[in-house]
Write a protein that binds this ligand. Structure first.
Ligand code: ADP
Length: 490
């Protein structure tokens, strides 16, 4: 298949979340399955042309933008690192000539509507310019969701896209791209399609994308089921329910080259499921690094964007009770100012038990995964989640709220059956979190042999992109069948 994947971010060029990881890795695995895959994204200032070896493609690309008129951009080309998957960057000074991707100081750019409508339309125009006839156009999140609507409206009678089916991946339902109704005239899709994108009198780009896409998927099965409910659907639960069999859940893979405890250059000593002695060295080094007493107590790790989604409020609420246990706790993250304040104060008040680093630190994230005994992730919702997968691989059983990808990827410890690889709780309360931490801590002190077995079970688990890419391939095939049937009016 010819597959055109379009997204607002992609590792290693520009990343704010898990979306970038998927877009940077999935295409390589699809390529290995024999497909011709191309990726398109904006050329923000953070995408360094020299560092990433971007080469200009001659000729500007014209992009219709409704009443704004035609806009032009330059195109650069490169390949995803260690692959021959082409990636194209759209250079438009007015839209993308900024260091940040979406916002500054927590405020979204006021032209985010035009910036991402442009991306969605330009990617399709680029396919024509390159004479790359896609079988599949694969959009990601609200930024590019409207591509499927473009295919069903402005390109409806365009022979170039006659056989093109569309797929939309939802990495996070909370962000939907809601803008003023007048954006319809920029989209140029015709007011007869208003109801497909309308949401409380405004344009909702994600809603339009969900309706128009031949297939939709989320990044875990659990999250798919959740967003069909009012609690998690952020008002689009009905739209998701309507998709029926056209919506799937496909769990993300993780990068086992980067997160390999036997070869990790960031950690103090290597370790594996057959020899955990290195993990004890990693723990001691972590305690020293955070100026905590080096002693035999369970170390609880947290690495997180410290925001509501990550359940930061219940961590804050449960903190005094958790710190009354015989444990140590290390936190790495940045986000809500209140969380920074609480954690910095706890570090002052409990210097023997609690330490934190406010900020983003890649090396330290590896060291915490390797050196902790347990990893805490009490998310309010979690489309997939990566840290719990890293924790499993690093023999650091995750303590998670049973939601979305966390529920799908962690098996709860069952004492009677001696099975499972982590600890789950269901209700989003500080009490449930505290009780579950208490359960894990009890196991640390009372049944260490069983805990070791549990660690090893987690280390042996695999979430590979090989497996997930095959599921994407199957979804593309389903999209082609649906597209064919719709076109034949079957
Ligand atoms: P989300 O994409 O919602 O932030 P995930 O668990 O899917 O959550 O992925 C988060 C990624 O970002 C992981 O790779 C995690 O290790 C990393 N990360 C988050 N916060 C930090 C931080 N402060 N320092 C280093 N890495 C971080």
């Amino acid at each position: 298949m010819n597959i055109l994947i379009v997204a607002s971010e992609c590792v290693p060029y520009a990343k704010t979340g898990g979306l970038a990881d998927v877009v940077g890795v999935l295409p390589k695995f699809l390529k290995k399955l024999g497909h011709d895959v191309r990726v398109v994204m904006p050329r923000y200032y953070v995408v360094d042309k020299e560092k990433f070896g971007l080469k200009p493609i001659s000729g500007a690309l014209g992009v219709p933008m409704g009443i704004i008129g035609e806009q032009w951009c330059g195109i650069y080309e490169s390949c995803l690192p260690n692959s021959d998957v082409p990636i194209y960057f759209l250079e438009h000074e007015l839209y993308y000539g900024r260091a940040e991707l979406y916002n500054v100081g927590g405020k979204g750019f006021i032209d985010n509507d035009n910036r991402f409508v442009f991306l969605s339309r330009a990617a399709l125009q680029l396919a024509k310019k390159l004479d790359f006839k896609p079988d599949i156009v694969h959009a990601n999140d609200w930024h590019t969701a409207i591509m499927s609507m473009f295919l069903k409206t402005v390109y409806k009678d365009d022979h170039f896209f006659a056989k093109t089916a569309s797929v939309l991946t939802i990495h996070n339902m909370q962000y939907q791209g809601v803008f003023y109704a007048g954006l319809m005239d920029v989209l140029g899709i015709g007011w007869e399609n208003w109801l497909d994108v309308e949401w409380m009198g405004q344009v909702n780009l994600l809603k339009g994308g969900i309706y128009a896409a031949d297939m939709v998927n989320t990044v875990s099965e659990g999250y798919l089921q959740e967003i069909k409910t009012p609690e998690y659907g952020y008002t689009l639960d009905g739209v998701m329910r309507d998709k029926g069999s056209s919506a799937l859940g496909i769990i993300n893979g993780m990068d086992y080259d980067e997160w390999n405890s036997e070869k990790d250059k960031f950690i103090a000593a290597p370790f594996s499921e057959s020899d955990l002695s290195g993990k004890a060295i990693c723990k001691k080094t972590l305690q020293e690094k955070f100026n905590l007493p080096v002693k035999n107590v369970p170390v609880l790790g947290i690495i997180s964007r410290l925001v509501e989604q990550k359940g930061i409020d219940i961590i804050i609420e449960a903190l005094p009770a958790i710190l009354s246990l015989d444990i140590q706790m290390v936190v790495l993250g940045e986000g809500e100012p209140l969380a920074h304040e609480v954690f910095l104060k706890a570090a002052k008040d409990y210097p023997e038990k609690f330490a934190c680093k406010i900020g983003y630190d890649h090396a330290l994230s590896h060291q915490i995964e390797a050196g902790s005994d347990f990893f805490i992730m009490p998310s309010r919702f979690e489309p997939c989640g990566l840290n719990q997968m890293y924790s499993l691989r690093y023999g650091t059983p995750p303590i998670v709220r049973a939601t979305g990808g966390l529920n799908d990827s962690v098996d709860n410890y069952d004492e009677a059956a001696n099975s499972g690889d982590g600890f789950k709780f269901y209700s989003l309360t500080s009490q449930a979190l505290y009780d579950t931490v208490g359960w894990a801590v009890w196991m640390y002190y009372n049944t260490p042999d069983k805990l070791k077995e549990l660690r090893i079970r987690g280390m042996k688990k695999r979430f590979t992109w090989e497996k997930s890419a095959i599921r994407y391939e199957e979804m593309y095939e389903q999209a082609l069948i649906k597209h064919y049937h719709i076109n034949q009016n079957i």
